[in-house]
Write a protein of this length. Structure first.
Lengths: 726, 75
């Protein structure tokens, strides 16, 4: 049996899913589907059933890709039974989706969640009457407190799938229209969907294309028959039914005027305190993950992993296998694994903090607070969360763009995330800044984060002004009630993301590490393919590639093939840039762990300016393969994927080149350039101001109404815009 | 008068919703002709605006609020 779990966002759906499937059930992504749909086995001895957890939706009419998965799943009726989770604390809105689902005639059970809160507030919902009115089982539960889960499972076990149930009927006039549409579509549910959504619904129906014009005409005819706008007719009818029903079953406590959520929000979204608190929370999260705490845990963890791997590597060496195989295993496979696994603790801390913020309901407030600021860049408050995750790792950040409503918005956010300096780039800054900028090293590292963010923001503006001209990110969002995050949920959330990262990054990285291993440990020596030792990397294929492409990198300050090879290895994993430099400079020991071992070699090979240019290029150029593959998946279009890669490459190159070339000039020339730039900007603004004033002269001209001079048209447009804004 | 003209702390009733990108979603979220809205607050930067409708809290931008025609009423 296939059971779909459907409900509003924030209704406790995922918690219920975990309760129904059991904590240790494996949660896997669906094969072949780009977006997540989780499947687990129902914890039941009596029936075999798969539970499908779908993204939360408010309505079957969708506005985001994520929502569409759920909607499509319902429209195609792929399930035998729906468990509709209804949040008792906002019954009215939750039942709207319930009524849409009831139109489908798919067997359904309602799980009325949050009954503990209803009790606590001294309210009551008569679920027996609710069950009778809707003609389906209604099970009161509290997913977070694990109340009523057994009742829900037995309701599933004893559910009679064959029984036909009462169907929701609308007013006479609406029913007439539905039956007229149904003559073409021959499916009541899809006819209702057509009535509500128009042609979108036909994707799921068997209507020959030749009949479509007739349907469109019909749709226009229907429009005239109602006094309400056509898209309001069914929602209006449903909400009327819902209000009548709620009057009967819901005993509301009118004494509660100020809820706990109201009290918390008084502070957290306060006019003046809101932003400082938000900044403090974000700082706290990063301090925890990348500050002393995170670093300490990482160090301990890396030490442990190293010990384990040394054991394995020694074991492999003792086996006396051919040097090729043992090199592949020790340097290719375990070298790759160590790079990925060593990064895990910090990521998990980040995921944990984000899970707590998400589960408690603060993330929606963050989006609410940040929306105005991000809108200037054509993004919405919701883009903030993926960008924040981007500071940890681009892979989950790019995946998180799915939660954004609009396609353009999602694309822009995914395209700029690689510029945000991820955690794996930090060792690069650490080593270079430590070696060459002893006093100012913190400022240098900090400048990398700022430049990354600036380039991301400027790129977003550029994309919005050029290729995504029509893009204006939508924003409409519910602020859910604050909830105390449960340990289990927070942990599951954290673990799921970490696992996702490990599996996706691990498999792709492993493959590419093997390729890199081959390129760096093999070379043609004396006309024969030979396995090389660490010291002979200059003779390897990678060394040759590095030397071959070095001329391209000269304008940005690289004069050593080792830098190019290190950058190349950064495309596999940014963590390996420092490690590769260690190998290339023949520094023994773990340079990632103990960067100062590399200082002398770096001081000898780089000037501060070259180092800065190197860091900039490492920051801005194409991200690691794991992130690239995430980009490919999320952009879902070769055109945009290759455009993004090319764009990132060009931007990285131009910025590094500008910094290096300008930095190489003597002080006098630099001052001249700065001075000239200031004058040009000044003149530009003067001219602009002059032109604007010319336009505003139209305000005093009495012929302005029917004058077709360009500046007048512009002036009239501006006037119209301003009116809109006020 | 539109939803944008209603100050925090005031109530209003939806009279009409003009066309916009999110029109259908706004309707599905429960804003229909005759629905009563309580305007709770605006975000620290002045936009978006938080409203209470059908017993829950919804936030939307002023750009959309402007398309929702309302009539001010007493609580």
């Amino acid at each position: 049996m296939n059971i779909a779990l459907i409900g509003n966002p924030n209704s406790g759906k995922t918690t219920l899913y975990n309760q129904l499937t059991g904590a240790n059930q494996s949660v896997g992504n669906w094969p072949g589907v780009t977006v997540e749909k989780k499947v687990g086995k129902l914890k039941s001895k009596n029936v075999e059933a798969n539970i499908v957890d779908l993204p939360g939706i408010y309505s079957l009419s969708t506005i985001s890709l994520e929502e569409q998965i759920s909607s499509d799943y319902v429209m195609d009726r792929e399930m035998d039974l729906i468990i509709n989770i209804v949040d008792a604390s906002s019954l009215e809105r939750n039942l709207f989706l319930t009524y849409q689902l009831l139109d489908s005639d798919i067997p359904m059970i309602i799980a009325l969640n949050g009954m503990d809160i209803i009790d606590k507030n001294k309210e009551a919902i008569d679920y027996v009457s609710l069950s009778k009115a809707l003609d389906l089982p209604v099970i009161p539960i509290s997913a977070s407190k694990k109340i009523g889960i057994d009742n829900l499972i037995s309701a599933i076990e004893s559910f009679d799938l064959k029984k036909t149930r009462k169907r929701i009927t609308y007013d006479k006039k609406i029913e007439e229209v539905i039956s007229v549409i149904n003559e073409h579509i021959k499916d009541r549910f899809l006819s209702i969907r057509f009535f509500e959504d128009g042609l979108v619904a036909l994707d799921h129906a068997n209507v020959p294309e030749s009949e479509q014009p007739e349907l469109i005409e019909l749709y226009h005819d229907i429009k005239g028959e109602f006094t309400l706008d056509i898209d309001m007719v069914l929602p209006d009818a449903r909400y009327r039914k819902i209000i009548n029903l709620i009057d009967e079953v819901y005993n509301k406590n009118d004494l509660i005027k100020v809820t706990t959520t109201d009290k918390i929000d008084k502070v957290l979204t306060h006019k003046y305190l809101g932003i400082p608190i938000f900044a403090a929370i974000m700082f706290g999260v990063f301090y925890l993950a990348f500050g002393p705490v995170g670093t300490f845990i990482t160090e301990q963890f890396v030490w442990l992993i190293d010990q384990l791997f040394i054991l394995i590597i020694n074991g492999v060496d003792k086996l006396g296998m051919s040097p090729y195989i043992s090199s592949l295993i020790t340097k290719g496979v375990f070298g790759g694994l160590a790079a990925v696994v060593g990064f895990l603790p910090q990521l998990m801390i980040l995921f944990l903090a984000l899970a707590i913020l998400e589960d408690s309901g603060y993330m929606s407030r963050a989006a609410f607070i940040m929306d105005r600021a991000l809108r200037k860049f054509g993004l919405s408050g919701k883009s903030f969360i993926p960008m924040l995750i981007g500071f940890g790792c681009s892979v989950p950040a790019i995946t998180a763009t799915r939660t954004l409503d609009k396609d353009e918005d999602r694309k822009i956010t995914a395209m700029i995330i690689p510029f945000v300096s991820c955690g794996a780039k930090a060792p690069i800054y650490g080593v270079f800044a430590g070696a060459l900028f002893s006093n100012g090293s913190y400022i240098v590292v900090f400048s990398m984060y700022i430049i990354g963010l600036l380039v991301a923001i400027l790129s977003a503006i550029l994309f919005k002004k050029t290729i995504f001209k029509s893009a204006s990110a939508n924003y409409i969002m519910e602020l859910p009630q604050y909830r105390k995050p449960t340990i289990k949920n927070t942990w599951l959330h954290t673990w799921e993301r970490s696992k996702d990262f490990l599996i996706k990054a691990g498999t792709i990285l492993l493959a590419s590490f093997i390729i890199i291993w081959f390129l760096s440990y093999f070379g043609i020596v004396g006309g024969r393919l030979t396995l090389l030792s660490d010291e002979d990397i200059s003779k390897s294929f990678l060394g040759h590639i590095g030397k071959f492409i070095l001329p391209i990198f000269r304008p940005i300050g690289f004069n050593d093939w080792r830098s190019t090879v290190a950058i190349l290895s950064g495309f596999v994993a940014k963590e390996s840039v420092v490690g590769t430099l260690g190998i290339l400079y023949g520094v023994s020991g773990d340079v990632v762990e103990n960067g100062s071992a590399l200082y002398p070699s770096i001081r000898a090979a780089f000037t501060p300016l070259q180092a800065y240019s190197f860091m900039l290029f490492a920051l801005l150029a194409i991200p690691c393969i794991a992130a690239v593959s995430a980009l490919k998946r999320e952009l879902n279009s070769n055109k945009w994927f290759f455009f993004t890669l090319a764009y990132e490459m060009v931007v990285a190159y131009l910025i590094a080149m500008a910094v290096f070339q300008i930095g190489s000039l003597d002080l006098g020339t630099i001052l001249t350039i700065i001075f000239t730039t200031i004058i040009i900007i000044f003149v530009y603004f003067m001219i602009r101001k002059f032109i604007r004033q010319k336009g505003s002269a139209c305000a005093t001209c009495d012929k302005s109404g029917n004058c077709s001079l360009p500046q007048n048209i512009e002036y009239l447009e501006k006037k119209g815009e301003n009116k809109d804004e006020n | 008068m539109t939803l944008q003209d209603i100050n925090p702390g005031q109530y209003c009733i939806v009279k009409n919703i003009r066309g916009n990108n999110l029109r259908k979603r706004i309707i599905d979220m429960g804003l229909i002709i005759g629905t009563k809205i309580y305007v709770k607050k605006t975000a620290p930067l002045g936009d978006p605006v938080e409203i209470i409708v059908r017993g829950y809290s919804l936030t939307l931008r002023k750009a959309e609020a402007r398309t929702i025609q309302v009539e001010r009423v007493e609580g």
